[in-house]
Design a protein around this ligand. Structure first.
Ligand code: PXG
Length: 451
């Protein structure tokens, strides 16, 4: 419908500061929120402050991103200095030193020969970038028939068209039409009958990776470009990879010349412990890793894609003045984000935060599993500083029970995250043991009070 002159004209009135209608909130129940808003106005270390002056313990690192905690001086200083010194440099055909330094630093944290880093602004952009690199790689490598992408049921790969195509969350796909073709999906690995209350990796489920052989037989290896999985599936309930599962995927991908992408948007940067990535933690080498969140610890939006040398080198052929990859963003490697990234990496290193995850993991594991036996709790899962408590759904009201836990936790000064009827926990890596105790004593009383 064409806009009439009157609707297109600007409104001539000052917007009311307390009008919440203009902002269409992402992945939120807008109407419910706007009736009773929950606002954060500041944050420091492990806590947020609300607009009514309450301190809230952050058990989720924001949305799995604030791995070094909040308001950390090194990052604050680096960002303010950078914005004064060089606020922006064109990302195409120009550079600035910090983005090269950050790429080198990130590359050293990646496993194997994932030596080349492409910068984006989010996890979704990292995923779409990785999928495009995989498709383009087969093209430059003389295998242009490899166009099919394989994801997994219950996978979350952000919200770009590429990401929702390979993603396996029905609600994220069903409204968005006919763009989502040329993909197939592996089965998910979640099975409470076999694996309930497993600590770390479940024993049952490696065989589910063999479904990739069925997909290869169905479509032909020569049509398949890449397989993308989260080593630990986050958004759909925190699902740990069964023992041997990732290894098997690697084996089948290698056998058929398929690129294996690990989406490490939530797992990279110390979340699982001791190592930067889950790939290294599980000792399985992908061809591409996607990242975001912990790269700048949530301070300035930034994502990255780490690419194996053999893929990068395949593009570096032909005339030297030719653009090798027709892809990039105005803000790829933005100077302020790069400064935030460097200061974040410094903080991880100076405070030994990846090692700290490993040290705290057993204490965390015991604390999470201490909730076993509480009403409604049907499974508990953990790895590194990740925990999940799955509750039985109220019949006909999936998500209601966990959302009630979220609201009650918030009232009691605890920020948790829920997905379906699973409570997901992923605190900043600076958490102390007494703060771990606080999370689980609050959660225990919240769960006992649920309908
Ligand atoms: N891949 C994975 C594996 C993710 O977890 C994305 C891609 C997309 O990232 P961006 O930056 O475009 O949002 C994600 C994002 C949750 C939660 O509570 C998880 C995400 C985002 C918000 C909430 O599980 N993951």
């Amino acid at each position: 419908m064409p806009a009439s002159r009157s609707t297109a004209a600007h409104k001539h009135t000052e917007p009311a500061a307390n009008n919440l209608e203009a902002f269409w909130m992402p992945f939120s129940a807008n109407r419910q929120f706007k009736q009773k808003p929950r606002m954060f106005v500041s944050a420091k270390d492990m806590h947020f402050m609300t607009d009514d002056g309450r301190k809230v313990l952050d058990a989720t690192a924001g949305l799995w991103c604030c791995n070094i905690g909040h308001g950390r001086p090194k990052v604050v200083e680096a960002v303010s200095k950078q914005i004064q010194e060089l606020d922006y440099a064109p990302a195409f055909q120009m550079g600035h030193p910090k983005v090269f330094e950050l790429a080198s630093r990130v590359a050293t944290l990646m496993p194997g020969t994932l030596d080349h880093i492409f910068f984006t602004n989010s996890g979704s952009e990292s995923v779409d970038t990785a999928l495009k690199i995989a498709l383009a790689y087969h093209n430059v490598n003389g295998q242009g028939t490899r166009t099919r992408l394989i994801g997994r049921e219950r996978g979350y790969h952000g919200v770009g068209f590429g990401g929702i195509s390979v993603g396996g969350i029905p609600n994220n796909r069903r409204f968005f039409g006919s763009m989502l073709t040329g993909v197939d999906h592996l089965p998910h690995t979640h099975n409470l009958k076999e694996n309930a209350f497993t600590k770390g990796q479940p024993k049952w489920g490696a065989h589910l990776a063999e479904d990739l052989e069925r997909i290869v037989a169905l479509h032909g290896a020569e049509t398949i470009a890449a397989v993308i999985v989260e080593p630990i599936a986050g958004s759909t309930g925190v699902l740990m990879p069964p023992k041997g599962y990732l290894e098997k995927l690697r084996e089948i991908c290698t056998k058929h010349g398929i690129i294996l992408i690990f989406d490490e948007v939530i797992t990279a940067f110390g979340r699982v412990g001791n190592t930067c990535t889950a790939a290294e933690y599980y000792n399985v080498q992908p061809d591409i890793i996607t990242m975001a969140k912990g790269l700048t610890a949530g301070t300035i939006p930034m994502g990255a894609v780490a690419v194996d040398a053999k893929i990068y080198q395949a593009f570096m052929k032909g005339p030297g003045n030719a653009i090798e990859l027709f892809h990039g963003y105005t803000y790829s490697g933005h100077p302020v984000a790069a400064a935030a990234g460097l200061a974040t990496l410094d903080t991880y290193r100076e405070e030994g935060l990846f090692e700290r995850t490993k040290e705290l993991a057993p204490y965390w594991e015991n604390a999470v599993h201490s909730l076993k036996g509480l009403p409604h709790v049907i499974d508990i899962r953990n790895t590194g500083l990740i925990g999940a408590i799955e509750m039985e759904s109220i019949p006909g009201k999936v998500t209601a029970r966990a959302f009630e836990a979220f609201l009650k936790g918030f009232e009691k000064g605890l920020l948790i995250r829920t997905t379906g009827d699973t409570i997901a926990l992923s605190p900043p890596l600076i958490i102390s043991k007494s703060q771990i105790d606080e999370i689980f004593s609050t959660l225990s009383s919240v769960i006992k009070s649920l309908n």
